[in-house]
Design a protein around this ligand. Sequence first.
Ligand code: FMN
Length: 350
Amino acid sequence: MAGNIFGVLFRVTTWGESHGEAVGAVVDGCPPNLELAEEEIQQELNRRKPGRGQGASPREESDRVEILSGVFQGKTTGTPISLLIRNRDRKSSDYDALASLFRPGHGDFTYLKKYGIRDHRGGGRASGRETAARVAAGAIARKVIHREGIEVLGYTVELGGVTIEEGSRGDIRGNDLFCPDAKAAVKMKNRLEAARREGDSLGGIVEIRVSGCPAGLGEPVFDKMDADLAKAVMSIGSVKGVEIGAGFRAARMRGSQNNDPLVPGGFKTNHAGGILAGITTGEEIVIRAACKPISSIEKEQDTIDLQGNPRKIAVRGRHDVCVIPRVIPVCEAMVCIVLADHLLRQRTIS
Ligand SMILES: Cc1cc2nc3c(=O)[nH]c(=O)nc-3n(C[C@H](O)[C@H](O)[C@H](O)COP(=O)(O)O)c2cc1C
């Protein structure tokens, strides 16, 4: 199946389905002599695990990562790094009732149209489970960019219609929604609980900030930094919109408002979100990802069966109510992968 490889010099392939034996990633192009321990990847995976926070599903995926290759005596060797995460908490019977129905909002209909065959157990490749492999690969990318002083941090700015107060800078680790506005986090949790009671789901927005990124990364014209970031983040299931900097707000501004005046030492403002003409400016990179509400809901909805007959569906398995906060480490991972790739690409010309 094509479309499972991302990146040019720092290349990530993910493989596996949610109810298969395992999911995993192969990272090719990682520089040698980078210290790498399973435990460091594990820490990132633990942030994505189900069962964390109010919006999470009660699935118990243990998400234990094993490094199969590419690391010798605790250091990367420059050869492909293969990462394996076994699927331990498979309860495929949860999906028996869905074998002949299409879940509205999920990939069931489109996967069958494309391949003429579909693994109905948990959504197969379209499952959020695939993102465990991205997070594992992203942990390695993070190490590559961290050496250069680049930090990537994601947090919740909106959930279920509750928005944080602009400029909130509270401790994102102070609540399990990774929200910098503690008051807003309480409201968000209440909305999550209400949606869960109603058998429904919610969406939200994640913001990702990159600090310490040098100016000059990004490859005009088709591999612009903003284009690659948008693709990376949009490729995550449930993400329906990506903004960089002022994003859609820029369309409502005048040039005199949107331009970031240059001053000795940098830029006065950062509406560009750290990228101009697809190349990083050296300012903070600011990305926002809009996530739709989880499609698998207990509330009854209209659908059709494989023969096209009208049917009703209520999805009762173990599902998240909202993709936030679990999607945050996934967004961070994809951003780390893009930055690691562009960092290596920049080295070929400088
Ligand atoms: C971390 C993560 C967890 C997810 N958990 C679920 C889930 O429990 N149930 C569900 O229906 N969708 C879940 N999704 C969303 C689906 O993967 C996604 O909606 C589906 O692949 C269809 O793709 P689209 O929403 O981008 O169109 C999750 C996504 C992510 C990133």
